[in-house]
Write a protein that binds this ligand. Structure first.
Ligand code: NAP
Ligand code: GDD
Length: 347
């Protein structure tokens, strides 16, 4: 039987890379999309709209992780062989502002989906997008599958709940459920309010004369940053094993936000210190100061390795954003677009 995947969060960064990956492997891919007043499918339009490519095997369905009835109807119709739960209110800072909504989508949304999957006729392999944010105020460095959780935000608390529900359904009902505990992963498709993309967008726009400064919060925070394309491969590998299990996915190196700034500005020959300013509004009520992952279990069991190092990742993102900014500059010069200066958002 052809492999049929159902992906929540298909319009997000990871959803788009995972769709490409699964379509290339011959899967039929079904994705959950939220109705919005704009399309919101930019990251997958190249797959959905290309008549020669994969579109015949890519299907989008309206729904929401807060709507269990629709999830149930869709999965009964689709009868997937694999389910990837990537949908989330995934912004940590926003989770402090909208904690109950975040819990509804991230924690209860996962439980809703697990309950629907549990009641399907055929066995389904289930991937849960767990996060290094669950380690939070970590008790050891680096963190592995045995490291205790100490979540530091409503988002992270909700992810811990979803982690344990996923594991409990595995133990209680014998479901093939895997938690991928993924450390930060980025790409040119990263949302613009996450710090790496916020920096690379600003670097390119400053270089093209479209922006004057970049306002950030905590420059001392350290993250283990990898490339999203590598990380979706790990998701799939987890579901191809004989037994379900949980895996840390990380590069094993960490850098500070300051170091990311230095590297990104240096690529276009600018001194980051002249452009980066601190805005207290980007500080969080509680911070995860540092995370660094130990992915040796994934290397050993899955044969997974990251292929993109930190410097290559920064370069890839700056290059892509330089192209975007060049296009924006052309529109501005032709009088077709005003220079936008977005500021004052709590992201
Ligand atoms: P993302 O770019 O923010 O994408 C989130 C996706 O979830 C989008 O498709 C979004 O739809 C969808 N979504 C939001 N609220 C929803 C709802 N109520 N019902 C259904 N779908 C909803 O996130 P990402 O970076 O691809 O991350 C994918 C998953 O991995 C998330 O669960 C995230 O928490 C987790 N994770 C990410 C990282 C990382 O570093 N990227 C690390 C560890 C774990 P719209 O497009 O309509 O907003
Ligand atoms: N977003 C943002 N904006 N972060 C900033 C800023 C800013 O202006 N200035 C400094 N930072 C710091 C944050 O305080 C945090 O310590 C770090 O940069 C990374 O922030 P984000 O890029 O927003 O990512 P995150 O680590 O909080 O969360 C991301 O990674 C998690 C995996 O560890 C998200 O993708 C989560 O969904 C994911 O689970």
């Amino acid at each position: 039987m052809a492999q049929r995947a159902f992906i929540t969060g298909i319009t997000g960064q990871d959803g788009s890379y995972l769709s490409e990956f699964l379509l290339a492997k011959g899967y039929e891919v079904h994705g959950l999309v939220r109705r919005s007043s704009t399309f919101g499918t930019e990251r997958i339009d190249h797959l959905y709209l290309d008549p020669h490519l994969e579109s015949a095997r890519l299907f989008l369905h309206y729904g929401d992780l807060t709507d269990g009835n629709t999830l149930s109807r869709l999965l009964q119709e689709i009868q997937p062989t694999e389910v990837y739960n990537l949908g989330a209110q995934s912004h940590v800072a926003v989770s402090f502002l909208n904690p109950i909504y975040t819990a509804d989508v991230v924690a209860l949304g996962t439980l809703r989906l697990l309950e629907v999957v549990r009641q399907l006729d055929q066995p389904v392999r289930f991937y849960q997008a767990s996060s290094s944010e669950m380690f939070g105020k970590a008790t050891e460095v680096p963190q592995n599958e045995e490291t205790p959780f100490h979540p530091r935000s409503p988002y992270a608390v909700a992810k811990v709940y979803a982690f344990w529900q996923t594991l409990n359904h595995r133990e209680a009902y014998g479901m093939f459920n895997c938690n991928g505990i993924l450390f930060n992963h980025e790409s040119p498709r990263r949302g613009e309010t996450f710090v790496t993309r916020k920096i690379t967008r600003a670097v390119a726009r400053i270089k093209r004369g479209l922006q004057e400064r970049l306002y950030l919060g905590n420059l001392d925070a350290e993250r283990d940053w990898g490339f999203a394309g590598d990380y979706v491969r790990a998701m799939w590998l987890m579901l191809q094993q004989d037994e379900p299990d949980d895996f840390v996915i990380a590069t094993g190196t960490r850098r500070s936000v300051r170091e990311f700034c230095e590297a990104a500005f240096a690529l276009v020959n600018l001194d980051w210190e002249q452009y980066v300013k601190i805005d207290q509004r980007y500080l969080r009520p509680a911070e995860v100061d540092m995370v660094e992952g130990d992915a040796s279990k994934a290397r050993r069991v899955l044969g997974w390795e990251p292929t993109v190092a930190f410097d290559q990742l920064v370069e890839m993102m700056v290059e892509a954003d330089m192209e975007l900014a060049a296009h924006e500059r052309t529109l501005v010069d032709a009088g077709l677009k005003q220079v936008e200066w977005r500021q004052g958002r709590h992201d």
